[in-house]
Design a protein around this ligand. Structure first.
Ligand code: ZN
Length: 291
């Protein structure tokens, strides 16, 4: 069994090959350009690796409804060359192997639940905080899609009263999580990217307040057993520690302490980062093969 894994991202494509025990045998990455430029390179790599199935962890929004006519088609993305592009169909036809596709964040949630920071739990929520915000939910042993797929980045939040940004940077919503807390909002608010904002800057407290709202909303709606916070923005400003503090303040004792794990075990970094999505794609490939 040679499992192909593709983490399809907006700036790069990460390609991996796993054996049946999820040991990584090969890995490479290529920049995401147009489908005409990028797809032949992906197909050439996987064809050369003699994969037996392929899992795809895709940037969204994307149709994740297996069985629907445009399953695996990229939808309304700002990357215009990929809009309406039938990613799954092109790979399936190009490689002639069973394929399964899900969102990159759902794939990450799956891998973290199988072998990472949420191993052994049946309910895990994975958030990525980078150039955008996304969330993947593994619940009662399966990945959740619903109508399309959850869009955690566009959950509406209460604005921090000292936030110099009056409107978040999302073109659709003045006060959503992505607009207030993804990397571009930090740049818009303080004039520097997250990685250049000093550790003790008050911006980190505002950032943590928004992410804590997102986590509290998640606790109250889907009741995950663990919340994992990954993505480039999470590496700075002791952010996860601040998020835990704001989270406890916002929840305000409503969930009995008896049921809520220690914060260090509840809101924590993913174990497989930055490869959670790639490993998740490997698991998708493994289940694609079984069908
Ligand atoms: Zn939004």
């Amino acid at each position: 069994m040679r499992l192909g894994a593709l983490e399809a991202g907006g700036t790069k494509m990460v390609l991996g090959v796993f054996d049946g025990r999820m040991k990584l045998l090969a890995q490479t990455s290529i920049p995401t350009k147009t489908p005409a430029e990028t797809m032949p390179q992906i197909i050439e790599f996987f064809a050369g690796q003699k994969i037996t199935s392929l899992g795809i962890a895709a940037f969204g929004p994307v149709n994740v409804r297996a069985g629907s006519a445009d399953y695996g088609t990229i939808l309304n993305t700002p990357k215009l060359a990929w809009q309406k592009y039938p990613l799954l169909k092109a790979l399936s036809e190009g490689l002639g192997v069973p394929c399964r596709l899900d969102t990159d964040v759902n794939a990450a949630a799956l891998a973290e639940s199988m072998m990472g920071a949420a191993k052994g739990l049946k309910n895990c929520l994975y958030f990525t905080v980078g150039t955008g915000i996304g969330g993947g939910l593994y619940a009662e042993g399966q990945l959740i899609h619903g109508l399309l797929h959850p869009e955690w980045g566009h959950v509406l939040l209460t604005r921090h009263e000292e936030d110099p940004l009056l409107h978040g940077v999302c073109p659709y919503h003045p006060n959503c999580a992505e607009g207030f807390a993804a990397g571009p909002s930090i740049q818009a608010r303080w004039g520097v990217p997250a990685k250049d904002l000093p550790e003790d800057h008050r911006g980190w407290d505002i950032e943590a307040y928004y992410l804590a709202q997102l986590c509290a909303d998640a606790l109250m709606t889907v009741s995950p057993e663990a919340i994992l916070l990954g993505g480039g923005v999470m590496h700075s400003g002791q952010l996860i520690v601040r998020v835990r503090q704001h989270f406890l303040r916002l929840v305000n004792g409503y969930i009995d302490q008896e049921y809520l794990p220690e914060m260090a075990d509840y809101i924590k970094p993913p174990a497989l980062y930055p490869d959670s999505g790639l490993y998740g794609a490997g698991y998708l490939a493994r289940s694609a093969r079984k069908k």
